[in-house]
Write a protein that binds this ligand. Structure first.
Ligand code: ADP
Ligand code: MG
Length: 666
């Protein structure tokens, strides 16, 4: 069986469908509509609120003859709705429209609307009677490519469904038995295929969607489960109670821990002094102060006589953690020995560190994933912490638990994923949430602007620098590239230095620089020797320079909301008012709409859920997924009941055949 076996599909149609990645009946059945046209009550122009496509009841006032413009045949018309608003209407390559409608008559015009310009493009026209018959129906709208019309796809899908319904083609076995689906109000798959393509009403569509969302979640959970099978509880080999010196340190900090931080520290200490080893995730939005919690935990383990390790996803971040711990310990007279280990160290240097660790002469080791890749033997490693956990793969996390003799594990993440999903992804972990920002933080002020704003942005940065503050400017590229028109770090920093003159020192940073150069640049920025840092997204995760108050992102439309939210998190980390400017260099309305989400809120959770609403399936804000892992139809924010059901079902269901080798990066 193949596409050619479907009624009405010849070589040409098959080839065109191939371009949409449709190669057989199954592909076709799973080619879900991108959208549906709903025949809702016809309306006036004033009622269309945010709709891009709408049925407008209007009288046709005038209609031009077809004119040829280049390769197009264009017909223009003017319509007037019941409230007296007139719209200009255009039809392309539909010269016959003149024969179908006549001036002076009332129709329902259903098409794409530009609200500002008061125009409508290629509307379909219905007489009032014919529209009445359709009222309430839903029509599938498919993603198309050259040579494939919506009508064609609808027809071919419909033929395919007939074959499915008559048993001519199958669709694989249902994974679970009938009773299960019945009990959980999930329609059977065959019916769901019919309804997802041709729902008679919203309810039918919702039911079909629910079924496929469940399937998608179930597959996801089965795969996740196949990747991790950790023993639930392991004996605690390292009892660490709250040490007096740790308490002293907390009390002598220059700031008071937030209630959320104190609560999490308590949870950690209680875990580490209990019977079982700790396995905990700390979730906290950017800037919520996860690092200090990590430092306190590491310190306490060391005061109890053990070693600790902290792993960061980038060298820049590992370095920063190292520097800030060294500084903090010095200020507070803490005599623990801290060392840094990253992949770029020479073999000799690494060996020296290995020896010290083995002998127990290093208390806290900080590094990149070099910490798990290399053969390090610890003397008595009691606690392993991973910062920015979502940057590491599941496998890497597991390698960590196996270091040493089953140490306590603490992972920290800023990814604002809903709790249900967090439990699935990190099912083997207990979850702590830091849901409170340090007091005295002023909310970041955000602005989405276009290129014409640049001069104002620069003079604003100048003002902030004069007040003693600093700024980041992010460019999508490292160096100039003829292929893409976008800002690059190298030329941008030079231009900017020229604009600012001697008064302001500009430096640049990108991932291709040597580790030592990166370090030095970061150090100069951290100590405010450099005022403005032009950088790629290497500063996206974790970088902490609280004196920086401005974040300007060039070609902001090129970044995902996940990255933009993380980038924004680089400012607003101190007491001063911070600002974020997203320069949008495209005219695309949808790109602007996406960026506007950032203007509405500084809350990562809100951003993630809005992103998902807007695009159907978001990129889970930094939870990177392989293609297979993205949710086409399920929504992790609104379909939480289904997600839970899928997770519970997956736990019960043990089928080796579904084990996949897909690497999921979280
Ligand atoms: P993140 O959660 O994004 O990793 P950090 O731990 O880097 O955030 O903290 C951001 C900044 O907030 C740091 O400069 C840190 O010193 C500061 N900070 C942390 N906790 C508090 C607090 N309770 N009060 C004031 N400032 C704090
Ligand atoms: Mg951090």
């Amino acid at each position: 069986m193949g596409l050619l076996d479907i009624k009405g599909v010849g070589e040409k149609t098959a080839a065109a469908l191939n371009k949409l990645n449709i190669f057989d009946e199954a592909d076709l059945l799973n080619y879900f509509p991108r959208n549906y046209m709903i025949y809702e009550e016809p309306m006036s122009f004033m009622d269309i609120d945010n709709r891009v496509v709408a049925p407008i009841k209007a009288v046709l006032i005038s209609l031009s003859n077809p004119v040829h413009v280049k390769k197009l045949v264009i017909v223009r018309g003017v319509i007037k709705d019941e409230a007296g608003v007139t719209l200009n209407v255009t039809w392309f390559n539909m010269p016959y429209i003149n024969k179908m409608i006549s001036v002076g008559k009332v129709y329902v015009f259903y098409g794409r609307i530009n609200k500002e310009k008061k125009t409508m493009e290629v509307p379909i026209c219905y007489t009032m009677e014919s529209y009445k018959e359709k009222l309430g129906n839903m029509q599938p709208v498919y993603k198309l490519s050259a040579g494939v019309t919506n009508n064609l796809v609808s027809k071919v899908v419909s033929e395919c469904l007939t074959m499915l319904n008559s048993g001519e083609i199958g669709m694989g076995k249902e994974l679970l038995d009938k009773d299960f689906y019945l009990k959980n109000h999930l329609m059977e798959r065959k019916g769901a295929y019919n309804k997802i393509h041709f729902p008679k009403n919203k309810k039918e569509y919702e039911d079909a969607k629910r079924r496929f969302a469940f399937d998608e979640f179930l597959e996801f959970c089965l795969k996740i489960n196949a990747l991790k099978d950790k023993p639930k509880s392991v004996n605690n080999n390292y009892i660490c109670r709250m040490n007096e010196r740790t308490k002293e340190f907390i009390n002598s900090l220059s700031f008071k821990l937030t209630n959320a931080q104190t609560k999490v520290v308590d949870e950690i200490v209680s875990d580490m002094s209990s019977q079982n080893r700790m396995n905990r995730l700390i979730q906290g939005d950017v800037g919520s102060g996860k690092t200090i919690v990590a430092i306190i935990s590491l310190m306490n383990a060391c005061f109890c006589g053990f070693q600790g390790a902290l792993m960061a996803p980038t060298e820049v971040l590992a370095n920063q953690h190292y520097e800030s711990i060294i500084k903090l310990f010095k200020e507070h007279n803490i005599d623990l020995k801290v060392a840094l280990l990253t992949g770029s160290f020479t073999a000799k240097k690494k060996k020296e560190i290995y020896d010290l660790i083995k002998k127990g002469e290093i208390d806290i080791l900080i590094g990149t994933h070099a910490l798990i890749q290399e053969k390090i033997e610890y003397k008595n490693l009691a606690l392993v912490i991973t910062d920015e956990q979502h940057r590491f793969g599941v496998k890497q996390r597991e390698a960590l638990y196996e270091k040493g003799d089953l140490p306590h594990v603490l992972v920290m993440s800023a990814t604002p994923i809903p709790r249900t999903l967090a439990i699935i992804l990190y099912g083997d972990l207990d979850i702590s949430v830091i849901d409170e920002l340090p007091a005295n933080r002023l909310p970041i002020k955000n602005a989405v602007c276009d290129e014409s704003f640049r001069p104002k942005a620069y003079s604003f940065i100048r003002q902030e620098v004069r007040k003693g503050h600093q700024a980041y400017i992010i460019c999508p590229m490292v160096s100039e590239n003829e292929m893409y028109e976008a800002c690059d770090v190298l030329s941008y920093s030079q231009t900017l230095q020229n604009i600012f003159g001697d008064e302001i020192k500009v430096e640049f940073l990108h991932g291709k620089m040597k580790p030592r150069e990166k370090d030095e640049v970061m150090k100069r920025f951290a100590t405010n020797e450099t005022n403005v840092l032009v950088s790629t997204t290497v500063v996206e995760v974790g970088v902490n320079v609280p004196n920086a108050t401005v974040m300007m992102v060039e070609n902001a439309e090129r970044f995902g909301l996940a990255s933009l939210h993380q980038l924004r998190g680089r400012v607003g980390r101190g007491n001063a008012q911070s600002y974020c400017m997203f320069i949008c260099t495209t005219k695309s309305e949808s790109a602007k709409e996406k960026l506007k989400i950032l203007e509405k809120s500084n809350d990562g959770f809100f951003v993630a859920s809005e992103d998902l609403k807007l695009r159907g399936s978001g990129d889970l804000l930094g939870v990177r997924q392989s293609g297979e892992m993205s949710f086409k139809i399920g929504n992790i924010f609104t379909d939480t009941d289904l997600l839970k059901l899928a997770s519970e079902t997956a736990k019960k269901y043990n089928n080796d055949s579904v084990v996949s080798d897909t690497e999921i990066i979280l």
